[in-house]
Ligand binder design. Sequence first.
Ligand SMILES: Nc1ncnc2c1ncn2[C@@H]1O[C@H](COP(=O)(O)OP(=O)(O)OP(=O)(O)O)[C@@H](O)[C@H]1O
Ligand SMILES: [Mg+2]
Length: 266
Amino acid sequence: MTRPPIIETRGLSKTFGGLVALDEVDFQVEEGSITALIGPNGAGKTTLFNCLTGIYPPTRGHIVLRRPRGAGEPPLKTALNNLRPDQVTALGLARTFQNIRLFNNLTVLENVLIGCHTRMKAGLWGALMRTRQTRAEERAMAEFSIELLEKYGLGAAANDLAKNLPYGDQRRLEIIRALATGPRLLLLDEPAAGLNIAETGALDDLIRLIRERENLSILLIEHDMNLVMSVSEKVWVMEYGRLIAAGAPEEVKNDPVVIRAYLGEE
Ligand SMILES: Nc1ncnc2c1ncn2[C@@H]1O[C@H](COP(=O)(O)OP(=O)(O)OP(=O)(O)O)[C@@H](O)[C@H]1O
Ligand SMILES: [Mg+2]
């Protein structure tokens, strides 16, 4: 398995005052893979997501996104270091959050439409003036959003308020909204948190289905080891801001360094 990375970090560090949350992290996600990032609480996993998605500027180091071009041409490499979150989204990174961040008083469909809007060409002026182009774009987006909801199991709930969905479906909606931005890399921060066994099983199916149907890579932070071992092809392990292991799920599971990191946790 030697696909080129879609994203790569080199010597990535992030400090908060005296606290080193990321310490010289060299990390990559292979194009088209489902990759997991695990580690005890406070290891720096979410901080890595926050750096990748432009929420925190890294203290040091590099983040490089590779995009394939035409046949025979070298990939386009873009440094993500000093970009804003909206610029990173436009380059094809989408994420969900450890604590669900939906617009609770909007409908399921409206939540997905907000994801779509990051791709709208007409811009604010067009939206205000409701030009013919904007109206056509809005119609196309509504259709696209409904299709996404139907494809991933929330079609029947399109007009429900987000806050009235069962918890598992709220997590599902967050993932669908992220898909609406048209990502090439989907970052999921603990999507199984708070889910029961049945909901976690459905999430496992959803993650596989997305990878099968959409042309994208998935990076998953997760504490649910059954889910991690089931869906991922490669697992990276962090502890105290450092990567301490990486490999196939079976290798990582039996790695004494990883076992020690987890046993040291309360
Ligand atoms: N904005 C911030 N300001 C100060 N410290 C922070 C900030 N964000 C994260 N940290 C600290 O950085 C360290 C790594 O936190 P992070 O949230 O990345 O861990 P995590 O691996 O995602 O943990 P968990 O599994 O509990 O979500 C922690 O010690 C945390 O307290
Ligand atoms: Mg976290």
